[in-house]
Design a protein around this ligand. Structure first.
Ligand SMILES: [Cu+2]
Length: 349
C-alpha cells in the first residue's frame, strides 16, 4: 500500500491558515494557492446583480453644520509584495530566508481625478481622516485587471445609507457593493458623534475574505470637532499572511503588511510628545497590542499595557511620552510575536 506523502509545504498549507469561503453561494476550501486561484475564478464568475429594489428614498448625505467635505481618491490594485524587504529579523538579529514575494491586493491613494498615485500602494491603505460633522467623499476605482474581480470599500464606524454600505449582498446588492475592474463608485460616509475613534475599512465584495487577507484594508480615524491632534500618530494593522494566500513556505504574522522588526513600522517619538498609536486586527484571529516600557488608560480609565482586540476591532494607546530608549512593540500572542508581529519604538530624550 503506498504511503501517503505530505511535503512540508503542503503540510503547512493545510495546517496554517486554511479557511473556507463562500463565493456566489459556492463553498471553497482554501488550503493552497491553487485553491485561492479557484476562489478567484469563482469571484470572476459571480454575475452582476440586477438593479436592486430602491432602498430609499434617502436624503443625499451632507456635511453637518460646521463640517466639511473630505474628498479622497482611492484605487484598488494588485501588485507583487515583499513582506520582509530587509531579509532580516532585527529583533533576533538573524537573516530571514526563502521566497518572499506574493501577489498582494491593496488600496492606493491617488491625486484628484485619479490623475496619478499620491502615495505608494500600502497596507493598510490610506488613512481617511475626518472630524465629527464632516462628510467623507471617497471616490473609489477598481484598477485591477490581474485578479479581475469585483471589489468594494466597506467602512466601519461612520454613518451611511445602504447605498454606501459597499457590500455584496446577493440580489440586494447596491452599485457600491460590486465594483468591477475599470469601474468607479463614490462612497458618502458621515462622521457622526459616535464615529470618534479608529476603524477599519475593507473589501466586502464577493471574495472579501481572501482579498482582505491579501491586503485590501485600510483605516478611518475620526476626531471630535476641533480636537487637538497628537504630536505622533500611527496606525498599525495586525494580520496573518498565510501560505494558502501567499504561496510562501511559512506563515508570517504581519503588521502593515510587513513581518519582523526592521520591516514593520519603526515608530519614533521624543520625550514630552503626545503619542497616539491606533492598532486594529485585520484577520480572523485575536491579537493584543503591547509596548515595552509604557502604560496608558483604556476607555474605562484603567491602566493597561496589553489590550486585546478581536477581528476588525481597534484599540488606541495614547500617552505623553516619558521613557526614552529603544523599545519593542508586539502582539503578545506568543506564536504571533515570534512569526514577525513585532517592531521597534524608538524614543529620543
Ligand atoms: Cu497576534
Amino acid at each position: 500500500m503506498p504511503r501517503r506523502v505530505i511535503d512540508r509545504r503542503a503540510f503547512l498549507g493545510t495546517s496554517a491558515g486554511a479557511f473556507i469561503c463562500t463565493i456566489g453561494g459556492r463553498e471553497i476550501a482554501v488550503r493552497s494557492p491553487e485553491d485561492a486561484t479557484e476562489a478567484d475564478a469563482a469571484a470572476r464568475a459571480v454575475a452582476r446583480p440586477a438593479q436592486a429594489e430602491p432602498t430609499g428614498p434617502f436624503a443625499a448625505p451632507q456635511p453637518a453644520p460646521g463640517g466639511t467635505r473630505r474628498e479622497y481618491w482611492v484605487q484598488a490594485r494588485s501588485l507583487r509584495w515583499d513582506p520582509v524587504p530587509t531579509w532580516r529579523d532585527d529583533w533576533h538579529d538573524v537573516p530571514v530566508r526563502g521566497k518572499r514575494t506574493f501577489r498582494a491586493f491593496t488600496y492606493q491613494l491617488m491625486t484628484a481625478g485619479f490623475a496619478r498615485p499620491a502615495a505608494p500602494a500600502s497596507m493598510p491603505g490610506p488613512v481617511l481622516t475626518a472630524e465629527v460633522g464632516d462628510l467623507l467623499v471617497v471616490h473609489f476605482r477598481n484598477a485591477d485587471e490581474e485578479l479581475g474581480q469585483p471589489v468594494t470599500m466597506h467602512p466601519h464606524g461612520v454613518r451611511y445609507t445602504p447605498d454606501y454600505d459597499g457590500s455584496y449582498v446577493g440580489a440586494y446588492t447596491r452599485p457600491g457593493g460590486f465594483v468591477e475592474p475599470g469601474e468607479e463608485f463614490t462612497y458618502l460616509w458621515e462622521a457622526t458623534p459616535d464615529s470618534v475613534g479608529v476603524w477599519p475599512y475593507h473589501d466586502h465584495g464577493p471574495n472579501h475574505m481572501l482579498n482582505s487577507f491579501r491586503g485590501l484594508f485600510g483605516a478611518i480615524v475620526v476626531r471630535d470637532r476641533g480636537a487637538k491632534a497628537p504630536d505622533v500618530e500611527q496606525v498599525l494593522a495586525l494580520h496573518a499572511l498565510t501560505p494558502p494566500v501567499t504561496g510562501l513556505r511559512s506563515p508570517l504574522q504581519a503588521i502593515n503588511g510587513r513581518a519582523y522588526a526592521g520591516n514593520t513600522p519603526t515608530l519614533r517619538a521624543r520625550v514630552g510628545e503626545d503619542v497616539e498609536i491606533n492598532a486594529f486586527g485585520m484577520d480572523s484571529n485575536f491579537h493584543t497590542f503591547h509596548i515595552h516600557g509604557h502604560r496608558w488608560r483604556d476607555p474605562a480609565g484603567a491602566f493597561i499595557d496589553n489590550p486585546a482586540m478581536g477581528p476588525n476591532e481597534g484599540v488606541t494607546a495614547r500617552f505623553v511620552e516619558d521613557n526614552p530608549g529603544r523599545w519593542l512593540y508586539h502582539c503578545h500572542v506568543f506564536t504571533h510575536q515570534d512569526a514577525g508581529m513585532a517592531g521597534w519604538y524608538v524614543v529620543d530624550p
